[in-house]
Design a protein around this ligand. Sequence first.
Ligand SMILES: [Mn+2]
Length: 340
Amino acid sequence: MLDSNQLFELKKILSQPRNIVIIPHKNPDGDAIGSTLGLSQVLKKMIHQVQIVSPNDFPKFLKFLPEAKKIFIGDYNPKGAEIAIKKADIIFMLDFNEPSRADYLAEHINASSAVKILIDHHQFPQEFDFTYSDTQMPATCEMVWHLIEAMSWDNLVDENIATCLYTGIITDTGNFKFPSVKPSTLETAAKLMKHGTEPHKILDRLDTFTVSRLKLLSPFVESLQLYPEYRTTVFKLSREQLLSEGYQKGDTEGFVNYGLAIENIVFSVFMAEDTQQDLVKISFRSKGDFDCSEVARKYFNGGGHKNASGGKSHDSLEDTVKEFVNLLPEYAEKLENTTV
Ligand SMILES: [Mn+2]
């Protein structure tokens, strides 16, 4: 948490009407969208003008969230995004550790003289005017809740705000399954329920599939490469496969976790060609003390969390898979000794 001086400073800054922009990372997930929507609705109940500016669009399964339609999508109107950021006197950056994660918005963030506030749980955060970083936290949404309590804003939290924050917590913890979950996570969830959110309704919305998602499971499962000696699974989908099933953004979200459901597997990788640019996007998931973010950082221009990270490659899909498989011997010992 921010220290008491910083909390006091922030209160002072927010005691006057402000023009606030809140930014999630590129390709925002449930935690990025939930935290920005939750925080924006709290700030709007005060005296502030608040606009969420996302670098690009977000998955369809998150569109049910209260006020999701008010999110400004930079991709569809880059000039508008630039103007909004230029006009801001406060910029919140949520669920990412450095401006480059907000893609082309980084340029405008860096150029702005606004007060900048980072709230995030990723490793290696950049420092800003206010930096609330805690890599032990399972979700930025939990951190936003802790900030709300520390600032005594909890009386402003209604059912809609609670729903946004609860959604980010369950999407970033796989429904409270990940080892990152803390007593404070469950306490936060309970408090959000007391503020009116109904978890079963959120779960019902999140469990709803698009037809294309269901159909994509077939080629995804078919692509399985199993390396039991390295306790590793590799999956891949080509652009052609994605498009032939009518791929929509978010359709393959979470697929990579299926690999970890196989007995004795501790490392799962999913490589998919981007449908719009020449790029292979890579998701890494691991169990226990095996740090998959190290592989992402060292070899695939990425990073993230110990058990969930991502990367990218400009080589072909086949070459990227080969490159990855060739790396496995380097991690053989760590993989073998991973305790779950
Ligand atoms: Mn997150």
